[in-house]
Design a protein around this ligand. Structure first.
Ligand code: HEC
Ligand code: HEC
Ligand code: HEC
Ligand code: HEC
Length: 153
């Protein structure tokens, strides 16, 4: 190997290592916003979730949304820990409601992705709005507040 190509190789290696480490840091920390697309066809516009605001501004702890394969809250979750997508476990596509949902236990319904996500998001928002009624605060409960009309996309 010539001296020149040796240096070229060194520079390329160092740059690669640098980019890899930046990539790792980026992937490890909790994202600011998540467009929650899932691998099935969406009827509504895809909801955008303000992850950082929920954690930093609304002070909601990780374990209120993330849990393990038994449904136990991940209370010790830290920035950098790997986190599974809701769909990895609540993996039936879309939302089950109406006639088909009748008589099913909450747990069976939550096998459906949107039922589980709605339970979490809308469940907390409803509770929050009830508790803060007189403070003029509100978290979105209506469909269009999270799924804006498709023409706006
Ligand atoms: C607090 C926010 C929020 C509200 C309010 C809400 N949703 Fe959702 N919904 C979500 C999220 C997040 C998902 C999962 C990501 C996605 O599919 O957009 C979802 C998924 C869905 C899905 C499955 C995906 C699809 O598009 O087919 C349907 C259907 C749905 N919602 C319908 C509704 C309807 C109808 C209402 C009103 C009764 C509603 N949602 C209210 C956040 C919300
Ligand atoms: C209010 C609910 C909520 C809170 C609080 C919350 N998360 Fe999340 N987090 C989510 C949702 C929803 C997703 C998107 C999951 C999906 O797309 O299925 C997510 C995604 C993530 C991801 C990315 C996973 C991926 O593959 O894209 C990481 C990392 C993460 N959260 C870490 C954390 C950590 C660390 C905390 C606490 C400091 C935290 N979260 C608090 C709801 C929450
Ligand atoms: C590793 C698998 C796994 C992942 C990932 C997962 N869940 Fe769950 N979840 C479960 C199990 C198991 C239960 C307990 C059975 C039940 O009550 O449905 C549960 C329960 C729930 C419940 C009812 C209990 C409660 O805490 O209120 C909600 C709501 C829920 N999950 C929403 C979500 C959301 C939203 C995400 C993504 C941020 C998510 N889950 C990610 C496995 C998982
Ligand atoms: C444990 C409680 C909790 C959970 C779970 C939760 N939220 Fe929220 N959310 C809040 C609070 C508190 C606010 C702020 C209300 C206010 O402004 O006073 C909020 C506000 C919002 C807003 C409007 C302001 C903004 O940040 O964009 C959206 C949109 C929203 N949430 C979407 C979601 C979605 C989607 C999910 C589920 C993936 C979710 N939330 C889960 C508590 C929660």
């Amino acid at each position: 190997m010539t001296r020149k190509s040796y240096w070229a190789l060194m520079i390329v290696s160092v740059m690669t290592l640098f980019l890899l480490s930046v990539g790792a840091i980026y992937a490890a920390s909790a994202p600011v916003e998540i467009k929650m697309a899932s691998p099935y066809e969406h009827k509504k516009s895809i909801a955008v979730f303000t992850h950082q605001k929920h954690v930093v501004d609304y002070r909601i702890t990780c374990g209120q949304c993330h849990h393990d394969d038994k449904g136990q809250p991940l209370t010790n979750l830290k920035d950098g820990d790997p986190v599974k997508k809701c769909f990895d476990c609540h993996n039936k596509p879309g939302e089950l409601k109406g006639k088909e949902a009748k008589g099913l236990a909450d747990k069976e319904l939550r096998a459906y992705h949107a039922n589980a996500v709605h339970d979490n998001c809308v469940g907390c928002h409803k509770k929050y709005n009830k508790e803060n009624k007189d403070k003029g605060k509100s978290a979105p409960q209506k469909c269009e507040e999270c799924h804006p009309k498709k023409t706006q996309e």
